[in-house]
Design a protein around this ligand. Structure first.
Ligand SMILES: NC(=O)c1ccc[n+]([C@@H]2O[C@H](COP(=O)([O-])OP(=O)(O)OC[C@H]3O[C@@H](n4cnc5c(N)ncnc54)[C@H](O)[C@@H]3O)[C@@H](O)[C@H]2O)c1
Length: 374
């Protein structure tokens, strides 16, 4: 409890400079720590609900059991109603996900099944989160090709056939060593050297082509590495920046698989999910482009460690560099240029590095205490 109180004191200080950041909500959550573990899962964005039922989209999220899908479903359900957001995946959901709203099996490689789900549930928005990420993709290129390219074709065809608004995330991995790296502009050379990156450039171009050719309402954000406390990363190059927080709280020791000076763009999950909702809600005529960079902060492992050590000074870090991940990171942007998103649909990040560290440590510590208490 000592660490929680220390973190909350820090959180209150930060809340003064950034009233929107989720640390405030943690304070009310910790007050009710003993009453219900449900409180933790209620943390997140605070958009008011839409006015009428006919305004509300019916949303299908594919690959929804990964790092991002459950949090996005929570945010969208708060805004559009629980039954208007369907999570799907090929894996069995944990109990808390199964009981918190509609969940359905959907393999994006099964075109007929996907079409049936869209028709039977009157889907109007499709958030396409299924993917094989960068590090896993390099170990299984055939699977990455199948899921990230064939799967995307199915999604675009079904979305076009049924007039859906479709969101496909891209990534910093869609750039490569020949792209300008600091900052990386919206439009520049894109020659990635991973199958993940190649498939994401393919997705950007195919989506934009379908928009131009068939009028498909395709929307794409290039996410930085996303950092979350409640969900584990799925095999990307930026995973260390999530794992270090869990290790810092649990054991106080961490082995980092990237070099200490590797600077990459990162974003707290609350900012990422809010950006996704705001972008999906933006009127089509405000979108000058269909693919946007979004940025909030960049840091190296060394800088992240220093920030965590301000709260947990005993954290010990050693380095055991993974040559596959390091080679990927060395070809990725160090920061993204995102003025177009800020200009066209009002994108604005809320969490900086110090707020991120406080929020992550608070959530993980509270989560561990609740797990022990129940
Ligand atoms: N997490 C990040 O840092 C990050 C950064 C940039 C972009 N993105 C993109 O955001 C999206 C979501 O990322 P994530 O971190 O949640 O990914 P993740 O790897 O954690 O989850 C992907 C999900 O896709 C599912 N999946 C795999 N094959 C499938 C299939 N055939 N049919 C249906 N589902 C299938 C998996 O079971 C998994 O639950 C991805 O498209 C990813 O490329 C993520």
């Amino acid at each position: 409890m000592m660490l929680v109180m220390q973190l909350l004191r820090g959180a209150v200080k930060h809340a003064g400079s950034s009233p929107q950041c989720s640390v405030e909500r943690l304070i009310s959550a910790v007050r009710g720590i003993s009453s219900s573990s449900q409180r933790l899962s209620d943390l997140g964005g605070t958009h008011p609900p839409s006015s009428t039922d006919s305004d509300r989209p019916k949303v299908l999220i594919t690959g929804g059991l990964g790092q991002l899908g459950v949090g996005l479903a929570k945010l969208l359900r708060r805004r559009f109603g629980k039954n208007n957001v369907i999570l799907s995946d090929i894996r069995k959901p944990p109990n808390h996900v199964y009981h918190n709203g509609p969940f359905i099996f959907s393999d994006i490689l099964d075109y007929k099944n996907l079409r049936e789900i869209v028709v039977n549930n009157n889907i109007s928005w499709l958030v396409h989160y299924s993917a094989v990420l960068s590090a896993v993709g390099e170990n299984n290129v055939a699977l990455a090709k199948e899921v990230n390219i064939t799967g995307l074709h199915n999604i675009l065809d079904i979305a076009t056939e049924h007039g859906l608004r479709v969101f496909v995330p891209s990534t910093i991995g869609a750039f490569g060593p020949s792209s300008p790296r600091d900052p990386t502009p919206e439009l520049c050379v894109q020659r990635p050297r991973t199958i993940y990156g190649v498939s994401k450039v393919h997705a950007e171009l195919m989506g934009e082509y379908y928009n131009h050719r068939y009028g498909l309402d395709f929307r794409c954000l290039r996410y930085p590495g996303i950092i979350s406390a409640d969900s584990q990363p799925g095999g990307g190059t930026t995973d260390y920046a999530v794992q270090i927080f869990h290790a810092a709280v649990k054991t106080g020791c961490f082995e980092c698989n990237l070099r200490s000076d590797t600077q990459l763009p990162m974003m707290y999950i609350d900012d990422c999910l809010r950006a996704t909702l705001e972008f999906m809600e933006a009127p089509a005529d405000t979108l000058v482009s269909r693919t946007y960079n979004i940025n909030s902060m960049s840091f190296t492992p060394q800088e992240l460690i220093q920030e965590i050590q301000k709260v947990l000074p005993d954290l010990k870090v050693t380095y055991n560099v993974d040559p596959v991940r390091q080679a990927i990171a060395d070809g990725w942007p160090m920061a993204l240029e995102d003025s177009a998103a800020r200009r066209d649909w009002g994108w604005k990040h809320e969490c900086d590095l110090s707020e991120l560290v406080h929020s992550m440590l608070t959530r993980i510590t509270l989560g561990n205490q609740l797990a022990q208490a129940y």
